[in-house]
Design a protein around this ligand. Structure first.
Ligand code: NAD
Ligand code: UD1
Length: 332
């Protein structure tokens, strides 16, 4: 297969490109480098010993999309490109609606024009809002609590309308739980600028002495130890889920949504302890008040993704903690 990967130099995109190349697929990347660096392309080549075609540009740019589809016989598109910071989306909602929605609509229009109607879309467990029950199944009610999440839900709805209007489309919506870790080579990984919002990048910076301590947002939740519980999934497992989803949309028409998680929930304190143990480092922390909008616990029911895609995460929490830190040590 030949795939177009939007946002392919980003965190999840780059790991997915590696898995696709290892699977023998051909890859074309478009990324405007708004949240990634061009040297990722070299790192991907170093890991896989294979070439990729890279277009530096914006998915909102229809002329560039046309050029890509004219010059490459694309079979499947995996659409990662978009903004993803929850807090920033609350401050700059228009920027989020503009980038995430317009890029997706333009992409689908150009795909339609060139008769490429096979798409895998990056959604998020955030579309389940405050789930009433756990584990979370794909048919649970959907709602959101911030503009970022709303862009994901709006795009899911747009894609459902599109698939309903034209039965030639095949679309897989992937709802990621909490991707962490990095490629075992330490060549690619997650490297947010400034102070991270998410737990694992924050822990890594504390361990690396770039930040003094971790603030644990609340220890009075109704969970095993009072701290928030999440379904952390190794980014390489997540990437492999995309290889399976790409095959699914290549083979079958229609639209469906799948959870990509492990089905296990770990608390913030468990994460800190595991990280310290596996990497033999100290992670200082302070318990502070709850973060606004946070939920107590969130983890996936993974049965549907296994049944329909054959997806099962295999990497352990030890792997996730080890690989996350290894990436930072190698890129200090
Ligand atoms: P990322 O920021 O590392 O990657 C996104 C990439 O898209 C970046 O390289 C950025 O430069 C690029 N990009 C953004 N807007 C663009 C545009 N208009 N045109 C071209 N390129 C553009 O993020 P990620 O963590 O790899 O996430 C990938 C996707 O998965 C996003 O859609 C995100 O919302 C979704 N997602 C991520 C998580 C997570 O925890 N990382 C969880 C759920 C869903
Ligand atoms: C984040 C996103 C959400 C996305 C999800 C999956 C935010 C606010 N939400 O949520 O949209 O769908 O990832 O990728 O970014 N924690 C601390 N201290 C910190 C950071 C986090 O205690 O400095 C706690 C949180 O309260 C939570 C857990 O760690 O209990 C995980 O937090 P985080 O990594 O931000 O992920 P989510 O809250 O699941």
């Amino acid at each position: 297969m030949k795939l177009l990967i939007t946002g392919g130099t980003g965190y999840i995109g780059s790991h997915t490109v590696v898995e696709l190349l290892n699977n023998g697929d051909e890859v074309v990347i478009i990324d405007n480098l708004s949240n990634s660096k061009k040297d990722v392309i070299e790192k991907i080549k170093e890991i896989t010993n294979k070439e990729v075609t890279f277009y530096e540009g914006d998915v909102k740019d229809k002329n560039l999309l046309e050029e890509i589809f004219k010059n490459n016989k694309i079979d499947v598109v995996i659409h990662f490109a978009g903004y993803k910071a929850v807090g920033e989306s609350v401050e700059k909602p228009l920027m989020y609606y503009d980038n995430n929605l317009i890029s997706t609509i333009n992409l689908c229009e150009v795909m339609n024009k060139y008769g490429v109607k096979k798409l895998v879309f990056s959604s998020s467990a955030t579309v389940y809002g405050m789930p009433k029950e756990l584990p979370i199944k794909e048919d649970f009610p959907l709602s959101t609590t911030n503009p970022y999440g709303t862009t994901k839900l709006m795009i899911e709805n747009i894609l459902r309308d599109l698939a309903y209007s034209d039965k030639d489309w095949s679309i897989a919506i992937l709802r990621y739980f909490n991707p962490i870790g990095a490629h075992e080579s330490g060549l690619i990984g997650e490297n947010p600028n400034g102070i991270p919002n998410n737990l694992m990048p924050y822990i890594v910076k504390v361990a690396n002495k770039e930040l003094d301590h971790l603030n644990i947002f609340g220890d009075d939740y109704d969970t095993k130890d009072g701290t928030g519980v999440r379904d952390y999934i190794h980014v390489v497992d997540l990437a492999k889920g995309h290889v399976l989803a790409a095959k699914k949309v290549f083979d079958e028409k229609g639209i469906d949504a799948y959870n990509l998680g492990t089905g296990n929930g770990y608390s913030v304190l468990e994460m800190v302890k595991k990280f310290e143990e596996v990497n033999n480092v100290k992670v200082n922390y302070v318990i502070t008040k709850r973060r606004e909008g946070d939920i107590a616990a969130c983890y996936a029911d993974t049965n549907y993704a296994f049944e329909k895609l054959g997806f099962k995460a295999t990497k352990t929490l030890d792997d996730m903690c080890k690989d996350a830190y290894n990436f930072v040590l190698k890129n200090r």
